[in-house]
Write a protein that binds this ligand. Sequence first.
Ligand SMILES: Nc1ncnc2c1ncn2[C@@H]1O[C@H](COP(=O)(O)OP(=O)(O)OP(=O)(O)O)[C@@H](O)[C@H]1O
Length: 950
Amino acid sequence: MLQQYQPGQRWISDSEAELGLGTVLTCDGRLLTLLYPASGETRQYSQRNAPLTRVRFVPGDEISHFEGWHMIVHETEEHEGLLIYHGFNQNNQACSLPETELSNFIQFRLASDRLLAGQVDPLPWFNLRYQSLLHRSQQQQSELWGLAGVRAQPIAHQLHIAQEVADRVAPRVLLADEVGLGKTIEAGLIIHRQLLSGRASRVLLIVPETLVHQWLVELLRRFNLSASIFDEERLLACDADNPFEDAQIALMSLDWIVENRGAQQSLLAAHWDILVVDEAHHLRWHPEQASPAYQLVEQLAQRIASVLLLTATPEQLGQESHFARLRLLDPVRFHDPTALQQESQHYRTIADAVTELLEQQQLSSNNQRVIEEFLGESERVLVQAASQGVSDAVQRLIRALLDRHGTGRILFRNTRATLRNFPERILHPSPLSLPEVYKVDNTTLKGQLYPELFFQSQQAQGDKERWWQFDPRIDWLIALLKNLKQEKVLLICASSYTALDLEEALRIRTGIAATTFHEGMTIVERDRAAAWFADEEYGAQILLCSEIGSEGRNFQFSHHLVLFDLPQHPDLLEQRIGRLDRIGQKHPIEIHVPYFTHSAQQRLLDWYHLGHNAFLSTSPTAQTLEERYQDVLLPLLQNPTEDEEAWLQLIDEVKQARLELSDEMQKGRDRLLEINSNGLGNGERFIEAIHQQERNFDLPIYMEQLFNAFGIDSEDHSDNAFILRPSEKMLDASFPLGNDEAVTITYDRELALAREDMQFITWEHPMVQGGMDLVLSGPMGNTGVALLKNKAIPAGTVLVELIFVSEVIAPKHLQLSRYMPATISRCLLDEKGRDLADKVSFSTLNEQLASVPRASAAKFARAQREQLVPLLDTAEKQMLVQHQERTQQARTAFSNALTDEINRLSALQKVNANVRDDEINTLRKHLDEGLALLDKAVVRLEAVRVLVAG
Ligand SMILES: Nc1ncnc2c1ncn2[C@@H]1O[C@H](COP(=O)(O)OP(=O)(O)OP(=O)(O)O)[C@@H](O)[C@H]1O
């Protein structure tokens, strides 16, 4: 007996009609694989319950060959499971067409066929289907799609960066906002928006081991994205050929993957769309030797189209390392570190010109010349128009400058100085006397800065004396903790030994609840410690962290930071303070620093405080000054009781240098970098639009309909919150409620931010998306018969309401849906074929409808065949005209957009090695492919119902 499925047969997906006509590729008895050539997608189904309908045309149908010719079917023959259609072509010549050669863009009439066959659905489902189509189409066209639905405060610079980066074809950028300004959120938004828009589907995240769990949690809680953590255990448990192939979002620690050569091979062999590397300053590089971590990321970055590197301190390891990271993003553009430095010399004059352009909206003749020289002859007209204040020209000129700018569009750096509204920082230095025991021959700087470590290293075996028994910083700490009884205190010190000893001291000497966080603990242990510290009621009062606690972690629920010692680099100091000085901090930040007088500690404190002013604010000049004064600084730190005069002079000098340098930096501010990073109002516009969207009630209204249809009970929980439970009548066990018993939801962002236990329901939430999928994936609701209760309409009058979708079927990478989004149109025809849709809205009509018992509805529908068929034809013809207009507009918009971009890149290529030939050629290819597919855009009947006045 023949199997039901045969390779070559044509089927259509009930759940994803937009994929176009499918072809059976293989069926191995259990699994069935279909290719949808029009959209380039492949799907696998279980053979037993594949949601597919066989495409079988009947005599009278018009069908087309993939080469473009048409025929009218006369008869159908079946040969070894495959259909062959016989009939006549346009020229009335007899011809045959095997189903394997059918055009992939053929249209179907699933809805009308069902209606005419008497398959009639319950009344509310038609409405639900219509609303689902409408909302899906609106949301996918919304510029907020992927920006508005995350559990986070809408913050302007983050929204701008997310939109700017996520809308690029294959973005490769360095996200380098100052510490605590939300790089993780920006990366999450970019990933989320790219996944939603179909630009990307597989993401690889490589982060420091300490941040693995935090990333996992943030992705889930803020973006509803579930990542899979890869580690040794998971690899051992997996028997797939390539363990990385089955995860959409893979998350792993940098250290782990760098050490695991076998896993690296599989990782490199798997396909990824986006690579994200957090704390990318760990990727060390020198011209002679790149670290293994750098080499691995370099290999990945060569293979993966989109790359996001995150670091708060892009220049921490010097200009060279900064260059090395830019090189990962674009090795062609960044091939020579000295060239980059020379280029940056020019920016000062350009920055002045841009400042004038922004502030005055025009240019002085001097600055006009500066820009003309920079951009060259080709942009002369644009520069002139901008000089005269033509506003569109000003915007375009700024864009052109950004394109040519050294780090151009690939570097984003926001600073507290440009963003404002950050809490105050208060420094509490506490001088203490250096204990006698520490006054030994201890000449290394490290030994002097961390005398407890030196003391321990000098101890004889068996010596039981502990440094914390005499170190006055312990009494000081205990007194501080007692004083701050109700407060959470974060302590950071340089070494895990110190952190562990401090815990011991606190345990033995006090009953204060303390816990540690250091590199000797497993990830789970660290997360547990951090959670215990975070627990408001029963948690630890103090978390004792080694330096690893100073990176990436979120501790802003506390506002007391103890720097038990000071790190040796100002950037590390910034990272430490950044744990508390983050978005979400509501109090002034109190920084407590104990130090030994007349010691290296005191000098380092003065150096950071008086020299760099690094406690009270972020210090953008620190890196430069540190390099400049390194040689003078070290000997003075190392001999803290000597050369007091020289020391004071140095402090004074560095302070002056800092003021001058910041003044200079302020004047020569890289305005282009700032514009690129904060978007000049772009983000604020999104915030306003998000607020506006949240003020309307479309979503809760739609969700109530969805819950009713699927048998989900919704009851009030508290103000703005509801509890959902599956009812006895739950229609489909696969409704994505997220929990079998009950979930609490809210549509209110503020509430969702405060109450992590509630689901924040937005148009992007999986419950909404999944619910819509369920509605649209089956035929339910695409037909109906209803009674129209309107006294003004004579009884017996018949109206037909039809819902059409006009769309283009295309692979997602072409992003054609941006130019031709699926558009929903409605027709309301009377018996004479007149369209009343403009006069009577869907909702007005819907309110006047009443159900008809199923059996009579079915009978009525069947009996109407003769009247309905010509009306369907009329509606289709009418829709076709609108559809063709829409397609034409989409063609023009698509063609203009791509041609503009091709021209822009071609012009840019002449002056900027950044632009590669293949980038331009790819766009040309996309243009041709896209135009060809737009020619095949279709309008299809999605739902139809008959209304009888009575
Ligand atoms: N839009 C937002 N809404 C709510 N909280 C936010 C938002 N943006 C950032 N935060 C919070 O601010 C803190 C800093 O954000 P994030 O961790 O993304 O910053 P970062 O720049 O990656 O920090 P670091 O430099 O320390 O790695 C986090 O606690 C984050 O949850």
